[in-house]
Design a protein around this ligand. Structure first.
Ligand SMILES: [Zn+2]
Length: 130
């Protein structure tokens, strides 16, 4: 098993495990807070890792309540993912039409109660203010 330790907020450890353990079909990464799973065969595992690390930060900064908020509150889940995708995209560099593709993924894969247009508008707002 390939793994590595990284830190968020400089001192809080996160164990990154490379593999598809617990990953469901369309997903290439998953965060459990201090453990992140990253699919090494995905298009760009380093970007997936950055995305999951944002979720690790969210877990630590909510004092481990992130999971409950994420599960129970659609608006929280939407903004948690926007923050993670935004970080991933910044590292990627190429931001061509990124809002549409992110809004699409959020709409299809995250079981949100919002329409595509609503999600797209939230995405646009988020990107314009960060
Ligand atoms: Zn995510």
């Amino acid at each position: 098993m390939k793994f590595k330790i990284r830190f968020v907020y400089k001192i809080l450890p996160v164990l990154i495990i490379y593999g598809r353990y617990t990953l469901k079909d369309v997903f290439t990464g998953r965060s459990y807070g201090f453990i992140d799973i990253v699919d090494p065969q995905s298009n760009d595992p380093m970007l997936i890792e950055e995305h999951e690390l944002v979720h690790s930060r969210q877990v630590y900064r909510t004092l481990f309540l992130h999971g409950i908020f994420y599960w129970a509150i659609d608006r929280y889940r939407l903004f948690a993912e926007l923050e993670a995708y935004h970080t991933e995209i910044k590292k990627r560099g190429n931001t061509t039409d990124v809002k549409t593709s992110i809004a699409n993924r959020l709409h299809k894969n995250y079981n949100l109660k919002y329409s595509f247009t609503e999600i797209y508008n939230y995405t646009k707002q988020y990107y314009n203010s960060h």
